[in-house]
Design a protein around this ligand. Structure first.
Ligand SMILES: Cc1cc2nc3c(=O)[nH]c(=O)nc-3n(C[C@H](O)[C@H](O)[C@H](O)COP(=O)(O)O)c2cc1C
Length: 249
C-alpha cells in the first residue's frame, strides 16, 4: 500500500504540521505501507490559469511546464493521499490549494451524475480510487476551527473522480504541544502516539476511529491559559526583535 502525503505548510520540516504528520507516517510505515512526503512549498507548481487547454486542446496536458506531471504520477500510484495542511485563514494553505486546482487536468469536461450530484469524470481510463485524508493543525484551541476545512476537504474528495473521503485527524493549539513537552511529557507523547496510531489504522483498517481522533485533538490546557502564555511569549518576542533592530541601526 502506498501512502502519499502532501505537506502544504510553507514552513515545511520546521513547522508543527510536519511533527504530527511524521508521527502519522511512522505508524503507516509500521503497518507495512510505503510512505512518501512531498513538501509542496519546495515544488514548482504554477497556478491553474483556467484556460481549459487540458480539456479541449491537449486532453490531460496542462499548458504549464512544472512539477505537476510528476505529482500526478505519484497520486495515481497512491492508495491513500494525506493532505497535511495547517489552517490558514480558516482553510487550506495556498500551496495545497494550488496543487489541488491543477488536478483538473486529470479530469474531463463532460458532466455526469455521481451520487445524485453533477461531477466531471476522470479524463483517463483509470478506475482506481484512492482515499483522501486530512491532517491538520492550527493556532487557536477550539476544535470548531477545523469545521470549514474538514467540510472543504470532504467536498474535494467527492468532487474529484478518483478520490474518496477517509476522514480527518486534527490538532488544535498545535504550538501548545511543544510548550508542555517538558512539563507534561506524557500528555505530549499521548498526542504523538494518537497520530502514530492514526497512521497505523489508516493502513491496516482503512479508517481512523473516533477514539484516536479524540486523542489527537485532546485539550492540553485551558484556552485562557494558552492565550495568556502565548501572549506573554509574543510580548517577549516583539521586545527582542525591537532590541535587535535598534542594534542594527
Ligand atoms: C497566514 C496564516 C493564517 C493563519 N490562520 C489561522 C486561522 O485562521 N486559525 C487558526 O487557528 N490558526 C491560524 N494560523 C496559525 C497556524 O495554523 C499555526 O501557526 C500552525 O501551527 C502552522 O503550521 P506550520 O507550523 O506547520 O506552518 C495561521 C497562520 C498563518 C501564517
Amino acid at each position: 500500500m502506498n501512502i502519499l502525503a502532501f505537506n502544504g505548510s510553507p514552513r515545511m520540516k520546521k513547522g508543527q504540521t510536519d511533527i504530527f504528520l511524521q508521527h502519522f507516517m511512522k505508524g503507516a510505515k509500521e503497518a507495512g505501507a510505503e510512505t512518501e512526503t512531498v513538501y509542496l512549498a519546495k515544488q514548482n507548481i504554477k497556478y491553474c490559469s483556467g484556460c481549459f487547454n487540458c480539456w479541449f486542446v491537449h486532453p490531460g496536458k496542462c499548458i504549464h511546464n512544472d512539477d505537476m506531471p510528476e505529482i500526478r504520477t505519484k497520486i495515481r500510484k497512491a492508495d491513500i493521499v494525506v493532505l497535511a495542511s495547517p489552517i490558514y485563514i480558516d482553510g487550506l494553505t495556498a500551496q495545497t490549494k494550488t496543487m489541488l486546482d491543477r488536478l483538473i487536468a486529470g479530469g474531463s469536461p463532460f458532466i455526469e451524475s455521481r451520487d445524485g450530484h453533477s461531477r466531471h469524470p476522470s479524463g483517463g481510463k483509470e478506475l482506481k480510487k484512492r482515499k483522501l485524508l486530512l491532517l491538520s493543525t492550527c493556532g487557536f484551541g477550539e476544535l470548531d476551527n477545523f469545521g470549514p476545512m474538514i467540510h472543504h476537504a470532504k467536498a474535494i474528495a467527492n468532487n474529484l473522480a478518483t478520490f474518496e473521503w477517509m476522514g480527518a485527524i486534527v490538532r488544535p493549539m498545535g504550538g501548545a504541544v511543544g510548550m508542555i513537552q517538558e512539563e507534561e511529557p506524557e500528555k505530549a507523547n499521548a498526542i504523538f502516539e494518537a497520530f502514530r496510531q492514526g497512521g497505523y489504522d489508516a493502513v491496516s483498517k482503512g479508517t481512523i476511529s473516533e477514539e484516536v481522533q479524540k486523542a489527537a485533538s485532546m485539550p492540553v490546557m485551558a484556552i485562557k491559559e494558552y492565550a495568556d502564555r502565548a501572549n506573554k511569549m509574543f510580548t517577549e518576542m516583539i521586545k527582542v526583535k525591537n532590541n535587535s533592530k535598534r542594534k542594527i541601526q
